[in-house]
Structure formats: C-alpha cells, structure tokens
Write a protein that binds this ligand. Sequence first.
Ligand code: TYD
Length: 395
Amino acid sequence: MKKFLNLGKQPFANKYLSKKELLSKKKEQFYELQIGFDVKSKLVSILNTVSSKKMFDNKYPYRSSMSLTMRDSFKELSVFIKKKFKPNLILEIGSNDGSLIKHFKKDKALCVEPCKNLAKITKKKGFKTYSEYWNKSLAKKIKSKFKKIDLIYSANTLSHIPNLDSVFKSISYVLSENGVLIIEDPSLMECLKKTAYDQFYNEHIYVFSLISIINLMKKHNLEVFDVKKLKTHGGSMRYFIKRKSNKNLRINKNVQKYLNEELNFKIDKFETYIKFRKRVEVSKQKLIDIFHSLKKRNKKIIGYGSTAKSVTVLNYCKINNQIIDYFVDTTPDKTNKYMPGTHIYIKKYHKNLLNNIDYIFLGAWNFKKEIFKKEKKFIKKGGRFISHIPKPNII
Ligand code: TYD
C-alpha cells in the first residue's frame, strides 16, 4: 500500500456532539486520516481503520431517505430489479431506513442493518431485519433459514467494511447459483476528477473503481457483467455481478468501455494519485482564502447539509464555528447537535433560517441541483453558495 494523501487529524464523521458531550471533560477522539493506493489490487483505501462497532452503533444518524434524489434513485432501481431479475427473495446489506426495500413485498425481502435505531424502522414496517454486521456467521444463519437468495443488493455499505474477502466470501455463500449481486458506491474516477477528497473519512474505508472491483471478484469466482454510472453521491457506479459459472447472463459491452475509460485516466498508476494530492492542496488553500476574505468583509455564512463529507473538508481546512455560524439539515438525529471537530451548531432546517444570510457553504454538494431548486428564493434575493467542488468557488 503506497500512501498518497494525509488529510490530518480528523474526528469520527457522523459522531455529531450533543451539548452535554461538547461540554464534557471527555475529549473528542481524533485519528490521522491517510489514504493509500494498492499497486497490485488497485484498491484505494484509508490506512488506519476504526472498528465497525465504534462507527455503526445504535445511534447512527445517517438516513438514506433524506433527499428526493436518493428516494427517486431507489424507486427506479426497484422497478428495474423486479422487471429484469424477478427475484423471489432479495437481501439488502445495509438497508438503512428501508428506502429501497420498502418497494418490495415483505415476504420477498430481507434486511441486514447493524445500526439498531435504523433496523427498528424496517422491523416496524414488517420487514424481516437482522440487526447484525455482515459476516460469515450471519450468512450461515440466513442460509439455514432461506435456502435460495437470488438477489443481493448493497449500496454505500460494502466499502465501509474492512475485510472485503470475508464480505464477498459470505455473499458467495448465500447467493443462489444464478443469483445476482448489485453493489453501488461512489466512483473513484469521479472522486479524482472532481477533487472530491471529502469522499474520504473513517467510514469510507474504500473508494472503489471498476478495475478494483473486477480484481476483487476474480478471487471469489464472481464477475462483473454490467456497470451503470449514477449521479448519486457526487458520481457513483453500480456494479452487476454474477457467478463466473452462470452463463445465462451476458457480459455487457459497458464493462470493457468503462474499464477503458479508467485505464485512459490512468487510474491504475500511482502518479495519478500524486497529481490528485497536489490538486487537493490547492483546493484547500483556495477554500480557506474564500472564507477568510468573506469574513473580513463581515459576511454572514452558514452551512447547508451537515454531511460526513463536510466533516473532512472543514477539519482539513480548519474552518470552524468562528467562520460558519451554523448548519441547517433535515436529518432528525443531527439537529440540535454540533459538527464533529469544528463544533458548528446544526439547526433543524427551516427556510427562515436562510433569511439575512449572505453565503451558504454547500456541505451536501452532491445534492446541488435539488437544493438550488428548493432555495430559489435565497438565490433570487442575491444569496450565494460556496462550493469546493469541482474547485472552490462562489456560485
Ligand atoms: P449525504 O450527502 O448523503 O451525506 P454524507 O456525506 O454524510 O454521506 O447527506 C446529505 C445531507 O444533507 C443529509 O444530512 C441531509 C441533508 N440535506 C438537507 O438537509 N436538505 C436537503 O434538501 C438535502 C437534499 C439534504
């Protein structure tokens, strides 16, 4: 593993602090966020991982249903899955609050969600939910009860689990002979192109590329038979995977096409990552300059979308509650809390909170379109947004 980026001391993303925690003598925990490239497997990963139990507990705040973009994306996918694969039983690993699974019949779906607060939501809706981490022992338990699982879906979850060999071994163990595995995660090429260094934080142990997924699948007698590019999470990839032995499904031309795109981009070369690091350093300085010059002119700045991504940016660029007055967010378990590390207060979103604000830092830049549409009034009144993607800029 060759290191190429150091994003400094970072708090745990998604560990929003209550007032009590903020005032407590117990010090907030930090870790050194370093990122590396495995020359052989082509995997990009963070170098010092935090235990899953510490990250995904019974208070995990993230909800996948908080944006129209994600709700629409899951709905569309559910229609596609039913039409194309007609699964008798679908298993979702990392079902969160059930945004995808709710489109399936209760007797045709299983959820795996270790965060108990989220598992409660799908359980309440009547879905069989295992509130456990995805591993071999859970796979055994599931297989003994449900013989054939013909579709496994996992979005933004497998990249959060350190031991990928165990992840895919367990998947291969429960997947039926002609079964299909669909995974989706942020795309490494998009992350590099957009200088979106905020895709890196403790939970995102890996940022996958097609080439790294192809290499990984080889080890497990699985293969990618189709790929789709998605707009979600700032640019994601959806990988369709089958057993090598399954000849019923053809390999789509997209696989080679997108692989060539990555190779042309030199995603397999270490020099690409060194260039990325240089762009990250320039991006940091530019963003700091923007904030400082606005503050010098006494502009009032708030943040929109207290994302895990913005935790990386703000801590790396040392932008704290002296610069950003507060964040607004719709997520119930984030509001009335403080951003990790920078201690910026998070208010429950209300459109009036944008009154008399000059600039808004777009923490949820991946929902720019949706947010700009929603905040037409703010823009019309002369309000401006600050975004660091693809380059720090005022829009
Ligand atoms: P997301 O970009 O999915 O997060 P992360 O970097 O944490 O993985 O999260 C988007 C955040 O923005 C989420 O906290 C909800 C919030 N949000 C709003 O408050 N209002 C909105 O209109 C939208 C689209 C998102």
